[in-house]
Design a protein around this ligand. Sequence first.
Ligand code: COA
Ligand code: MG
Length: 325
Amino acid sequence: MSFSELKTVRTRLNRSELFVPGSKPELFEKAVSSNADVICIDLEDAVAPQDKDQAKKNIISALNDFDFGKKTISIRINGLDTTYCYRDVIDVMENSGERLDLIMIPKVGVPEDCYAIDMLVTQIENKIERNKKIGFELIVETSLGITNLDNIITGSKRIESLHFGYADYAASVRMRTTNIGGPNPDYVTLTDEIDGNREKHWNDLWHYPVSKMTTIGRAHGLRIIDGPFGDFSDPDGFIAHAKRTAILGCEGKWAIHPSQVDLANEVFTLPEAEVTKAREILKAMKSAQDSGAGAATLNGKLIDAASVRQAEQIITQTELIESQS
Ligand code: COA
Ligand code: MG
């Protein structure tokens, strides 16, 4: 381990994060009755310009009057390059008591983006003597955001999580695809001929940024959450995609439709077999260490101190799920 201690930010269950446009208050009830760990009410791209003010009013009244139960509640504000952003923060925070947990900041590009919102939030929290401190969720969804990520995270101590925004990222780096979070038939490898046949192997066009986000985000102790999968009529596609990002280190995924919530919860709840294996690794390594050995064999495979760290992550996440779901 490095001499620098790596602290994990506040733990929060974030397997599924259901998005609801702030302009559709009739959907709030359905969102609450879902199994989503987090509900994010949107003021940004799911809300048309002419509906922004009304959406904000809907959010304020819901945060005051609506029973969101124990769910974590977030709002996605408009970007810092708009004329809505500052009023989103001020109006919602000054008029909604203590219920809001998180603010999601889209299209972050430099640390000052986070610093600026932190400055506003801190002033308001102090002015209204708010007891609960707001946390930040950042969307990594531009070429600038992915390039400056390591620095961006130093912009505020409120940052809890990173989220990958597929559509905006694709637009920003000019990827030639319009399928939000999905595969692309042109992103393939054509194999050489084997026994007279050539095969097309589909590749994951999102691998690089998602992997970069998990690597950098974890270095700062943050939660890493996968973004949207646009085709909500394709549960198999959603599950396959979520499994890939789970393998890379994500611990949850957005749901843009209620039907995706249980799918996300299922993928991001560690399977019983994995938890059992983790416990077996810990047990086997304990006996190895008790007998003075640094490495051991479990089911014909090497395990060592790194396996213990992997297994401990699995157990810690499982305990979080058991305690909060
Ligand atoms: N939250 C809560 N309830 C939702 C919902 C959501 N995000 N999306 C749909 N529902 C409800 C519908 O009202 C409908 O309820 P009903 O059966 O009581 O009538 C039910 O779930 C089935 O919805 P369906 O008809 O399949 O979808 P739709 O055509 O009404 O809506 C979308 C499709 C994509 C427009 C809608 O899901 C949506 O607005 N999603 C969020 C988009 C968003 O916030 N994007 C920003 C982040 S990428
Ligand atoms: Mg976006």
